[in-house]
Design a protein around this ligand. Structure first.
Ligand code: AMP
Length: 655
């Protein structure tokens, strides 16, 4: 029969009912435990479940989208409930959410017909996949048909989340961190001191809650491993012992792990979390990660290999404020490199197949034929990391990022643009190398020193095309300082410091490399709300609410901005931001409209400069920006990469 969609809806409702991250994690973990660990979901259902929990049907590395506009959903609701489109639009304006509207209309209909069918998770997922694949003639009516088919069989609760998923706006507030932790809680033993197992229902509850979040049974009666629980208590003193237990097949997800101190318990727990995260940073698909966790355990997760051709998350940098601090973080000696001001480029080669991705994992192979051409006659397979910088072909001078960003988006006359705006790729890392000599391909766990050596051996540099990032290995402050100056004089943003013995950690800001750049740092903020203008600006969104990101991955407001923005695109210089452009980008993202105010799906990031950060009760972050102005649109960043509240606090303190 398969997993029922209604079970997932139960989870969505619980998730929507709390804003606390620990509780959200608990609900996801408990759902997975019940539906999978003790039920019998297939691998396919398990992996689909994880995507749907995040409100998506494609993993982040996959560029496909469901791509259905609100208009079409309104048609489908009309089609399946018999209510007119204009009435639905009125209700939408009133409620602000099409999911809620669908739910209420379906409710009326169900009451009239007493008819509901059992929707399975697979059925919903299959229809969504078909929706995404439909193009060409007759696609619109086929899409309406696909959505209506689901809505006709749906209960009111189901209708709500089907509509929201179709619109790719689930709004249950689940961040990647919660999903990662939930996988660890559901598929691995609980660690005492961090989680406790409910004696009645076996749910794993976070410490700090004195009764079970699932069945309300009090904790005392459960201690230590759960009353009448089948859980065994295993003594684990170190992460090595944990791996050893798993190797001997004597680790069971129902066990409780006990460590001699809170510190070692934390280490064991973090080790499990890190295994899930590591696999995710390479696979970029919690669905796949869940299947590996269930079947192959910790060793399977830790052994996940990258495959050339599929993008991975790139390693990110932490910020430091001077040379001394940089050395403290990465150790001495360190590699100091120019920090080029361009955009991150990941180059994959497998056989004749060369593919290029941005740091958001978007494929841009077509857009950079000159880079593909460069690697054409290379024999080895590899994955490389670098920064592409645009330059003026006449003067050879670097061009600011704004100019070159048009190359990322260009879909026509690509050859012409590549001559006008060529890029030089500055390579600084290598994550995979297979020279066909049988040596293992992944370089992730090799020291940076070795990776750089491999890169130097591999690449035949060509100025103006592909070169290695300029590097100095030193243990001296004065030398690093001079190199930093030199880099700035050359027009770069600053320098990067990299620890020579460090591995490559996809995705995380673990401090294996740090960045040093001058001046007051600008913030990358997400536009989460806006207001329609007045008078001659009535057709534009003109005032923009800016948000940073909190520890739970939620967006919290930090200010409003309306300056630094020109009106018409035709009046603006290359790279300048305009109301016209912002309105065009933001209009499709409107999820709620009240009077002149609109709430937006958090997708557009802008770089914002300001005079000062102030404490302020006006905004939910507790901070406000003095004289904020928009510098540019950061379309190379994911919304999750917006500046964090931690950074804001740090900048506030350092003022
Ligand atoms: P930021 O975007 O300010 O966090 O700085 C980190 C970014 O600097 C990386 O994501 C790269 O796109 C870029 N970058 C430029 N030069 C280098 C380099 N030599 N090594 C690593 N990253 C670099």
């Amino acid at each position: 029969m398969g997993v029922a969609y209604s079970e997932l809806v139960g989870l969505y409702q619980r998730l929507e009912g709390t804003s606390k991250r620990l509780e959200k994690t608990f609900y996801i973990a408990d759902f997975l435990r019940k539906a999978v660990a003790e039920g019998n979901a297939s691998d396919r259902e398990l992996s689909r479940m994880l995507l749907l929990i995040q409100g998506r049907i494609f993993p982040p590395w996959d560029e496909r989208k469901i791509g259905v506009a609100a208009k079409l959903v309104i048609k489908s609701i009309a089609h399946s409930t018999g209510i007119s489109e204009s009435r639905i639009e009125d209700l939408w304006r009133e409620k602000g959410d099409l999911g809620t509207v669908a739910s209420e209309l379906v409710k009326k209909k169900v009451q009239a017909t007493l008819l509901t069918l059992n929707l399975t998770l697979d059925k919903v997922f299959d229809n969504l996949l078909k929706l995404a694949a439909l193009t060409g003639q007759g696609a619109v009516s086929r899409k309406v048909q696909m959505i209506s088919e689901l809505l006709t069989s749906a209960s009111p609760g189901e209708a709500k989340y089907i509509v929201r998923t179709v619109l790719e706006e689930l709004r249950v507030g689940v961040g990647e961190g919660s999903v990662r932790d939930a996988l660890a809680w559901a598929f691995f033993p609980a660690v005492e001191g961090i989680l406790w197992i409910c004696g009645d229902c076996k749910a794993r509850n976070p410490e700090g809650y004195d009764s079970c979040l699932s069945c309300s049974a009090p904790k005392e009666e459960s201690a230590p491993a759960g009353r009448e629980s089948s859980a065994r208590i295993l003594e684990v003193n170190s992460t090595d012992e944990l791996l050893e237990l798993e190797r001997k097949r004597s680790l069971n997800k129902y066990d409780l792990l006990r460590s001699p101190s809170q510190e070692s318990a934390r280490a064991v727990y973090n080790f499990i979390i890190d295994a899930v995260q590591t696999a995710y940073d390479i696979k970029n698909d919690f669905g796949e990660v869940a299947v590996i966790a269930r079947e192959k355990g910790l060793a399977g997760l830790r052994g996940v290999e990258l495959v050339p051709g599929k993008p991975i998350k790139v390693m990110l940098a932490q910020k430091v404020s001077n040379v001394k601090e940089a050395f403290e973080r990465v150790g001495r000696p360190a590699a100091v490199e120019y920090k080029y001001d361009g955009f991150r480029m990941q180059v994959h080669k497998k056989g004749q197949n060369i593919r290029i991705f941005t740091r958001r994992m978007e494929e841009v192979t077509e857009q950079f034929p000159e880079v593909v051409e460069f690697f054409r006659d290379y024999k080895d397979d590899f994955v490389l990391d670098g920064e592409a910088v645009g330059y003026d072909p006449k003067t050879g001078r670097f061009m600011p990022f704004q100019h070159i960003s048009q190359r990322i988006k260009r879909k026509y006359k690509i050859e012409e643009l590549s001559r006008e705006l060529p890029v030089e790729l500055n390579l600084f890392d290598i994550m995979f190398l297979d020279s066909g000599d049988g040596a293992p391909g992944s370089m992730l766990n090799r020291a940076f020193r070795e990776r750089r050596k491999a890169l130097e051996k591999l690449i035949r540099e060509k100025k103006g095309s592909v070169v290695l990032a300029k590097q100095l290995v030193t243990d001296r402050d004065d030398e690093a300082e001079a190199f930093y100056k030199e880099s700035l004089e050359k027009g770069n943003e600053g320098v990067m410091f990299k620890g020579l013995e460090n591995p490559y950690k996809p995705g995380s800001r673990v401090g294996f490399m740090v960045k040093l750049k001058p001046t007051m740092e600008s913030l990358d903020l997400v536009i989460t709300a806006a207001e329609w203008g007045e008078g001659k600006r009535a057709n534009w969104l003109t005032s923009f609410t800016l948000s940073c990101i909190d520890e739970n991955g939620e967006y919290i407001e930090i200010g409003k901005v309306g300056t630094g923005i020109k009106e018409l695109e035709s009046q603006a210089e290359e790279g300048e931001v305009t109301f016209e452009q912002l309105t065009r980008l933001l209009k499709p993202l409107i999820i709620e409209q009240k009077g002149r105010k609109v709430t937006l799906k958090p997708e557009v990031i802008v770089e914002v400069k300001y005079e000062e950060i102030q404490r302020s009760p006006t905004y939910s972050s507790g901070f406000a920006l003095r004289f904020p102005r928009v510098v540019r649109i950061r379309d190379d960043l994911n919304p999750e990469e917006a500046s964090s509240i931690t950074l804001v606090e740090e900048l506030y303190r350092s003022q």
